[in-house]
Design a protein around this ligand. Structure first.
Ligand code: ADP
Length: 428
């Protein structure tokens, strides 16, 4: 019992730092809103607020065959869509998913694009075996890194993020690089649009629901995009927007930073071991690449300071990135009577046998996972609230019109408990 109390005391400290009270979260929301507005003006801001050049959105009446190449963080995908004659319906989808080999994170960018091109060409050839066509394929390029767009299908990469550090990428136009790689691999294509995943998610959502106002990615990393009025965008050379609702803004909110963010010593350790030290502070607190790693650091502290598991940190637990978020999610959502999934994960990952963990210890491990998820969910909710305020859709000036949000990414789709966290807290 003494042992349990000691661990619980350390856990309580973590709880109090990670889960900031709602009024404090509202303050953070105000700070995010200020950063949004500074970024739109072109002033210094931790949110890049990049105009996407997308000012005309799908309305569900689009038709025909389109391809997409999507590179994000952990995977890349090639897709073929046949848009139906029926409004908002996709008649047919082909999809191929590839894991990005580890060596591709640091090779020269041309090698990475060559690999993308080889897989894309194979895919398009396979699709076209069933429905032959001699036309140049129409390819949309979903490229989830910050790009200064110079047009709908051109731009310059500002920086690489997540685990990527390829030479030859920064400053170059990814559309040209993809088009040239496709040509090198024998399939000239028309790369018609360059988007990031948040903008792509938004546009795809609009194909099905005209009230989509916000697109959010929560996968390896995080990002958000929303529809901004022309009069509020005061930077970049914009096309004539007089006939459109406005333009999608790629917020690049991953970089949001504030001294009020609930940061732990463990977050600083994680940051120190990341490829982009000091950057993407918000992202490192919320997204799939990092949540498991934060939980791993907290577990180590709990073992060392709280003397969980007898105070002995298993060697394997010292291995950076060894607790992937999907395992953390599995432990968090284990609802078996004896928390046998928690103990199975601890055994498989760290060799801690079920007999070496009491039920209370399993619960404490589970609580770590829950807290990391809850912090992430509350911070994402804070970001959503800030963007709704920016759009005047927070209900503060009377009932807001129906506002739909589309969310995608591995955490959004495979970690349903994340979405269901903390339904009582009211930020708006
Ligand atoms: P990307 O962001 O690279 O395009 P995804 O959107 O598929 O790729 O997201 C991959 C991320 O999703 C991984 O970093 C992983 O942490 C997270 N993820 C995958 N499966 C799960 C799961 N079951 N629970 C929680 N997170 C998951």
């Amino acid at each position: 019992i003494v042992k349990k109390r000691r661990v619980d005391r350390v856990l309580k400290e973590f709880h109090d730092t990670l889960i900031v009270p709602t009024p404090k979260l509202k303050e953070l929301c105000g700070e995010m809103l200020n950063e949004v507005q500074a970024g739109l003006r072109g002033d210094k801001s931790s949110l890049l607020m990049l105009p996407s050049m997308v000012d005309i959105l799908p309305d569900g009446n689009e038709k025909g065959d389109v391809y997409a190449v999507d590179i994000g963080g952990t995977n890349f995908r090639v897709l073929h869509l046949r848009l139906s004659d029926e409004r908002g319906q996709v008649a047919h989808t082909d999809l191929r998913d590839f894991t990005i080999p580890e060596e591709m994170y640091s090779c020269h960018i041309n090698e990475l694009f060559d690999l993308l091109a080889v897989r894309t060409v194979e895919f398009i050839r396979d699709v076209r075996r069933d429905s032959p066509s001699l036309e140049k394929p129409l390819v949309g390029f979903c490229f989830s890194f910050p790009v200064e767009q110079t047009g709908l299908a051109s731009g310059n990469l500002i920086k690489l993020t997540k685990k990527f550090e390829n030479a030859g990428a920064v400053g170059a136009d990814p559309v040209l690089q993809l088009a040239e790689a496709l040509e090198r691999k024998g399939m000239p294509a028309h790369v018609s649009v360059l988007l990031n995943d948040a903008v792509g998610t938004f546009a795809g959502g609009r194909y099905m629901d005209e009230d989509i106002m916000l697109g959010i990615i929560l996968g390896t990393g995080t990002n958000a995009c929303y529809l901004e009025k022309r009069s509020n965008i005061r930077k970049g050379r914009l096309p004539d927007l007089s006939h459109s609702e406005g333009m999608l803004i790629n917020t690049e909110w991953a970089g949001f930073v504030s001294s009020n963010l609930p940061l732990l010593e463990e977050d600083r350790t994680l940051d120190w071991h990341s490829v982009n030290v000091g950057e993407a502070v918000y992202e490192k607190m919320v997204s799939g690449l990092y949540m498991g790693e934060v939980a791993r650091h907290i577990l180590i502290t709990l073992i060392e300071r709280g003397r969980l598991l007898g105070g002995k940190v298993p060697d394997a637990m010292r291995e950076p990135w060894s607790l992937e978020t999907r395992f953390m999610a599995g432990m968090h959502t284990d609802n078996t009577l004896l928390l046998s999934e928690v103990s199975a994960a601890m055994y498989c990952l760290y060799g801690v046998g079920p007999w070496e963990m009491t039920y209370f210890e399993r619960r404490q491990v589970q609580e770590v996972c829950r807290l990391v998820c809850l912090r992430s969910a509350r911070l994402i909710a804070m970001g959503i609230a800030a963007l709704l305020k920016q759009m005047g859709r927070d209900g503060s000036e009377g009932p807001a019109p129906r506002t739909a949000i589309v969310m995608d990414g591995g955490v959004a789709t495979h970690y349903p408990a994340h979405k269901d966290m903390d339904p009582e807290s009211r930020l708006l």
